[in-house]
Design a protein around this ligand. Structure first.
Ligand SMILES: [Zn+2]
Length: 451
């Protein structure tokens, strides 16, 4: 027997379907985690195994986070790294990250996922690119399975240390052969390409300034052999551009093209300094961008030209980026920042609330190469979140609850359903004892900072 879920009576249900319908009094019906009907009372069955009445709530498709480094939750607001740009920030944090343990990855990933789920995110990628002291990608994969988040685990890597002209200390880089071997092992063991997959693997050398040209090329070959996606950081700030010109004699976009790092199976984080030719290249090739507004502001990297990218047809998703350069993982908050930053850069018409939500749902799904999430429609995964409109933050904003969700201060999700399973109920995580995990996380963070 199929397990069924009925959501009904939402103040408004935002579908993000082809007609971008917003259904007053809307709901949906799901069987075994797949949506089979969307509409108002008459369109839906009367009962189900689980019935959730969402009167007074706005319901949206679960938000999709396309860029994160969850382990960095352990190193938020570290004094020495509070006021630096990207390269200075990285070099002051690398020595702390060199002390990471498997337990630290497991606990920090749970904390980061809890924060995401409580802020309306149901699918996240994570870019883990540092593997000291026996850490493995499995440490984060296990956390996702336990907490119930849809997960794209990126096998990151660094291979060019200071002695070879890179940025990271030699102690945190790996041998390139071992990196590729481990990526192949992870794909063969864990990658599920099927529709409604809860776990996918991506191949993700960290950045042009921490891996070699060879590794970038070999990583692309490996990913295409297995049919998995490729992910890295690109064109993050002006120093990043200068490094690319000096070391490779190319802009980051030219470098990406030269290495085979363009196409619908590739997504790049940041692209704040992507030039005109780069934007055209990405549009032409279907290459995706993970836009990370908070991190870009925090590190003073600049304002990514998202309006221009979208107008030319580049796929753009949203990312909170690592918890140490945000210093949060609030996905609804990131939607708001995307709207505000676009307007600071390019005027009040540069982004509407609904476009910001679209980038964070459909945009993210497309960037991660998924056609089964990002919208609430028959045949899609039952990934949805609900926000209670009765809170003080929405008082006076109910003329347009959908816009209020983006314009007003970000509220905590009241309900979060992933693949038909309730993961957040009444604003509390159902799959984890969060206060206990936070206590353990804070103990580990202190140990990391003081040892
Ligand atoms: Zn990043």
């Amino acid at each position: 027997m199929a397990k069924t879920l009925l959501i009904r009576n939402a103040n408004v249900l935002v579908t993000m379907d082809e007609g971008r319908r917003e259904i007053a009094g809307g709901g949906l019906f799901a069987e075994d985690g797949r949506i089979t009907a969307v509409g108002t009372g008459d369109d839906l069955p009367e009962t189900a195994d689980e019935v959730i009445d969402l009167a007074g709530h706005v319901v949206i498709p679960g938000l999709v986070n396309t860029h994160h480094h969850m382990y960095q939750s352990l190193t938020r607001a570290v004094p020495g790294a509070q006021d630096a740009e990207l390269f200075g920030w990285l070099t002051s944090l690398y020595p702390l990250w060199a002390k990471l343990t498997p337990e630290m990855i497991r606990v920090s990933t749970r904390v980061a996922m809890a924060e995401l789920l409580l802020s309306g995110c149901t699918t996240s990628s994570d870019h883990l690119y540092i593997y000291p002291n026996g850490c493995r990608l499995e440490d984060s994969i296990e956390a996702a399975a336990d907490i119930g988040m849809r997960f794209h685990a990126c096998r990151g890597a660094m291979s060019v240390g200071v002695s070879k002209g890179g940025l990271p200390p030699d102690s945190v880089v790996e041998e390139e052969e071992a990196i590729l071997k481990d990526a192949a092992r992870l794909i063969e063991t864990w990658h599920d390409p099927a529709r409604f997959s809860m776990l996918r693997i991506a191949v993700a050398p960290c950045s042009p300034f921490s891996v070699s040209r060879d590794l970038m090329r070999e990583a692309a070959k490996l990913a295409r052999h297995y049919g998995v996606s490729l992910h890295t950081h690109l064109a993050e700030n002006v120093n990043d551009i200068a490094y690319s010109r000096e070391k490779f004699g190319m802009t980051p976009a030219e470098y990406a093209e030269d290495l085979g790092w363009v196409g619908p199976d590739v997504w790049h984080a940041h692209c704040v300094q992507l030039d005109e030719a780069g934007i055209d290249l990405f549009a032409r090739t279907g290459t995706g961008v993970a836009h990370c507004p908070c991190s870009n502001m925090r590190l003073a990297s600049g304002i990514a030209p998202i309006r221009k990218m979208r107008d030319r047809g580049v796929c753009v998703g949203l990312g909170v980026d690592g918890s140490a350069s945000n210093d949060g993982g609030n996905m609804l908050g990131e939607v708001r920042q995307a709207l505000l930053l676009a307007r600071v850069g390019f005027g009040p018409a540069a982004m509407t609330a609904r476009e910001a939500l679209e980038i964070a749902t459909l945009g993210g799904a497309r960037v991660l190469n998924r056609a089964d999430i990002g919208a609430l429609a028959p045949g899609m995964a039952a990934d949805l979140v609900a926000f209670d409109l009765s809170g003080v933050g929405f008082a006076g904003a109910l003329h347009d609850p959908v816009a209020a969700l983006v314009f007003c201060a970000p509220e905590r999700a009241a309900l979060s359903v992933v693949n038909g399973r309730v993961v957040v109920r009444d604003g509390q995580l159902a799959s984890l004892d969060l206060p206990l995990v936070i206590e353990r996380h804070n103990r580990l963070a202190r140990a990391l900072a003081t040892d």
